[in-house]
Design a protein around this ligand. Structure first.
Ligand SMILES: *Cc1c(COP(=O)(O)O)cnc(C)c1O
Length: 710
């Protein structure tokens, strides 16, 4: 395409291995573990220190090492193998080409955040990681997919915990030359899009990231023609002031459509991941109003191509704006739609106890032909929550379906686990990972081999955590008690429970600490030690979330824990990878039904780590009594306190009487056969069903193909 420029990154590489530069600037490498290793082999220590950044690695590893690699027979064999795979990836016939020839025009996906890799910190949590996994899978399946988001100049914050457990946010400006991003230019000038606010023009430039075959376009308002306030608009994720939030969403929805048009695209499907991008529906209508169609006719015409995915099961969690902000930023826009102020507001009006609000999900729901929640239970909750928009219908007929989330298998499964499956299920297992029948073969893997891979991953995690503490301690400003709290006393053979996710109060991180006495007695039994690893960030403006971290941290620091309860700072995709692959049990304790889906438990399960969770979100669908354990009951409670008390009691009982005994029920070979059976059942049930492979195919069948026909 004429707009694409060569990447801005420059490499000085020996000719024989010069394509490493090409590999470094397409995130394809990040979900192909052998390609990941090709970079690591150049210098493992530097690779770790650079947080797995191949662009920096190639620039900093030194000419001598590069020359050596270019003459190293083994390295070159590995190199040739990778590029054979890389080239085949782009040329072989894809699932989409084989089975859905009608999918030719682009499907476009809008999201506020993308979790693609730890070096590109433009995500805050699960929503972003889901978007990132969606792109990787769409690329694997060969869908004509394009995505739109923001290039956040400072990225998401790094987390520091003070000695007293208070979260501090450190904002690091990103160095774009170190990132796999390319400024989109035409005739030597950046391509820009703009939007006219009543008093000024907002302009943004566009960066492109290659995610396998999928281009991701990221808007960036840091351009000279904007005022200082506007230049900072895309500096960070989720500004907490609503003024910036509404501006960001105008830029994403309206600016995003304009960006795709400027690049010459004519998408056939417009998928909004959460309500932040809902303004795109209006911009598409405006295009048609400009050529003479009336608003209602244009809305009816476009509706069929809009797909909306909601992720929020509580009314308060949804994005909505006070009307004065709509006046402030959009008062010249409704005229372009041929609407009065009242008509414009009416489209998205949500009547709340504190007055009428402009609701982004209402806007999307009213203007989309297909809408969905992200698990079966969340679909139900959503239909109930939004039924007021369809007063003439029964709740079950409210047009919100569900597509349960999934995770990108190769992105989250350990390389060794992948190799083990390849050995026992055949080289083509990955192409057929959503085949339930094939996954039954996991039963045939010798227990010893699976347990061996797991032990390796567990030791690897323990080693990583201690190295991380060493590094943190060496850099200074870290109290000795924090060294213990960060896991320096970790025992790679003790039963280890992982709990890592955003610290939002509904996730109840402290549920397992409700009765500290009882917990300490349980985890400190000689011969049956238990460890608990916590990690996670709270949104910088979320004081209750930060207090929850503090509460956890204060318990973690107690000497009586024996260093067995741990809090690891600065949760990100890299730490997530070590934890979901290396712990023995994955814990999740949301207050039902607030966890729309949850995905970290799926990442754990595909690595043979059983879940121990509240029957909420995805776990409600996956749990079969043989692949993990439940917490609490699938019923409603009279109060939050009653629910917490019941769930905590249930959690301790299951831990004490089922999980710990099963884990330590060792045979003479120091392995628990009953435990390995749970590991296998986790993999068999979760790999085929809770993968993005199944998820993206389901979006194609339920939404993308029908949209083409409307
Ligand atoms: C997977 C993931 C999440 C989402 O975890 P949930 O269990 O769904 O809350 C959040 N953050 C990171 C870094 C992740 O990798």
């Amino acid at each position: 395409m004429e707009f694409l420029t060569t990447p801005s990154q420059k490499f000085d590489l020996p000719k024989r291995i010069s394509r490493l530069g090409e590999l470094a600037t397409n995130l394809w490498w990040s979900w192909h573990p052998e390609a990941f290793r090709l970079f690591g082999r150049l210098d493992y220590d530097l690779w770790e220190r650079l947080n797995h950044n191949p662009i920096r690695l190639l620039n900093e590893v030194g000419q001598a090492r590069l020359n050596q690699a270019a003459n190293d027979k083994e390295y070159l064999e590995h190199y040739d193998e990778i590029f054979k795979g890389f080239d085949a990836y782009f040329t072989k016939e894809s699932w989409s080409q084989k089975t859905h020839k009608s999918l030719k025009k682009p499907i476009t996906y809008f999201s506020m955040e993308y979790g693609l890799h730890e070096t590109l910190p433009i995500y805050s949590g699960g929503l972003g990681v889901l978007s990132g996994d969606h792109l990787k899978e769409s690329s694997d399946l060969g869908l004509p997919f394009i995505a739109v988001g923001f290039m956040y100049a400072q990225g998401y914050f790094s987390q520091r915990i003070t000695e007293d457990g208070w979260q501090e946010a450190v904002n690091n400006p990103l160095t774009f030359e170190h990132l796999p991003v390319t400024l989109v230019q035409k005739d030597g000038k950046p391509v820009t899009v703009s939007f006219d606010f009543p008093d000024r023009k907002l302009t943004a430039q566009i960066w492109e990231v290659r995610v396998g075959r999928v281009p991701l376009y990221l808007l960036d308002s840091n351009v000279e023609s904007n005022n200082d306030y506007d230049r900072l608009l895309t500096a960070r994720l989720y500004w907490s002031d609503l003024d910036r939030r509404v501006m960001q969403e105008v830029l994403l929805g309206i600016g995003g459509v304009r960006a795709l048009r400027a690049l010459g695209y004519d998408p056939a499907v417009w998928h909004m991941n959460e309500g932040h991008a809902s303004f795109l529906t209006l911009e598409r209508i405006r295009e048609q109003v400009a050529s003479g169609t009336a608003f209602t006719a244009a809305a009816d015409k476009n509706r069929g191509q809009n797909v909306f995915t909601t992720h929020t099961p509580v009314p308060a969690g949804n994005d909505e704006f006070p009307l004065y902000l709509i006046d402030k930023y959009l008062s010249t826009y409704w005229g372009e739609l041929g609407l009065t102020r009242e008509q414009f507001i009416d489209v998205a009006k949500h009547n709340t106890p504190h007055g009428d609000m402009y609701s982004m999900p209402v806007l999307a729901l009213k203007l989309s032909g297909g809408s969905n929640g992200v698990s079966e239970l969340h679909g139900e909750v959503s239909r109930d929550m939004w039924k007021f928009l369809w007063e003439d219908r029964a709740v079950k007929d409210v047009p919100i379906q569900h597509v349960t989330n999934g995770v990108h298998t190769r992105n989250w499964m350990a390389r060794r686990m992948n190799n083990l499956l390849e050995k026992h299920l055949g080289a083509a297992w990955y192409d057929n990972l959503d085949d339930h029948e094939l996954m039954q073969k996991i039963d045939g893997i010798p227990d010893k081999e699976l347990w061996g891979v797991h032990l390796h991953l567990k030791r690897k995690m323990a080693f990583y955590l201690t190295e991380r503490v060493r590094d943190r301690w060496t850099r200074g400003g870290f109290h000795p008690v924090q060294v213990v709290a960060s896991g320096v006393l970790i025992n790679p053979y003790a039963l280890t429970i992982g709990f890592a996710r955003r610290f939002a109060t509904y996730k109840r991180a402290s549920l397992i600490l409700s009765d500290v006495e009882r917990l300490l007695e349980l985890i400190n039994r000689p011969n049956h030690p238990v460890q608990i690893i916590f990690a996670g960030k709270a949104h910088p403006a979320d004081d209750p979330g930060k207090k929850l971290i503090q509460q956890v941290y204060r318990t973690v620091k107690k000497a009586e824990t024996g260093g067995r309860i741990i809090f690891v700072e600065d949760y990100d995709m890299n730490l997530a990878r070590y934890l979901v692959q290396g712990v023995d049990v994955w814990l999740n304790t949301p207050r039902r039904p607030y966890e729309a889906s949850g995905t970290s438990g799926m990442k754990a399960a595909i690595n043979g780590v059983p879940n121990f969770s509240v029957l909420d979100g995805w776990w409600c669908e996956a749990y079969n009594q043989k692949n993990g354990w439940s917490i609490g009951d699938d019923r409603k409670y009279e109060s939050n306190e009653a629910q917490d008390a019941f769930d905590a009691e249930n959690l301790y009982n299951t831990l004490e009487h089922q999980i710990i005994p099963k884990f330590y029920d060792r045979d003479p070979k120091e392995m628990s056969t009953a435990w390995v059976a749970f590991m296998k059942e986790s993999m068999k049930t979760v790999i085929p069903q809770f993968s993005t492979r199944r998820m993206v195919k389901e979006y194609v069948q339920k939404f993308y193909i029908p949209a083409l026909k409307k």
